[in-house]
Ligand binder design. Structure first.
Ligand code: GDP
Ligand code: MG
Length: 167
């Protein structure tokens, strides 16, 4: 059995790092510089009889004036058409206009969307994180909300489990 999972989010939230952790190997280029991923990077994870195909979508860009950004938006959106689950990656307590744009795209999807709140290793206090999680949970009907650290590997197994069990 094969499932198709998209990893979605604005540039620099840690999508490629998450994909690498999910696959346990470096297949996707990570960078401090946003917009490193210029094309879809796929990875196949096999666990028993289940095979999950992950797609690391390029970042979505508000600025569509440049042709390259337009192309990247199209690639990012086209990879959402046939997914069975989306992992929406956001960054700690930081929310930007780009996150808003991704959220609006995700609202049109018919598949379950799991919210992965990444870089929790950077979040200082729970007093800051908990109200933000509360706010995020009201923005869309998420299948699940999982605080993670893609870099440290925290809760990445939960994302992998959701990906295999929900498909
Ligand atoms: P992408 O543009 O969404 O694919 O983001 P990348 O995976 O390339 O990561 C962007 C930057 O965030 C890189 O410098 C990563 O090392 C860093 N990063 C990713 N995940 C984490 C995390 O869990 N914690 C911290 N502190 N940094 C992270
Ligand atoms: Mg990337």
């Amino acid at each position: 059995y094969c499932g198709f999972v998209a990893i979605v989010g604005r540039p620099n939230v840690g999508k490629s790092t998450l994909l690498n952790q999910l696959l346990g190997q470096k297949v996707s280029i990570t960078s401090r510089k946003p917009q490193t991923t210029r094309h879809r990077i796929m990875g196949i994870h096999t666990e028993g009889a289940y095979q999950t195909i992950y797609v690391d979508t390029p970042g979505l860009h508000i600025e569509e004036k440049r042709a390259i950004n337009r192309l990247m938006n199209r690639a990012a959106t086209s990879s959402l058409g046939d997914v069975e689950m989306a992992v929406f990656v956001v960054e700690g307590t930081k929310w930007t206009a780009d996150d808003d744009m991704v959220l609006n795209k995700l609202r049109h999807l018919h598949c379950p969307v799991v919210l992965a709140i990444n870089k929790i290793d950077n979040v200082q206090s729970k007093d800051e994180l908990l109200p933000h999680i509360q706010w995020l949970s009201q923005q869309m009907n998420f299948a699940d909300i999982v605080p993670i650290s893609a870099e440290k590997g925290t809760n990445v197994d939960t994302i992998a489990r959701l990906a295999t069990s929900r498909l």
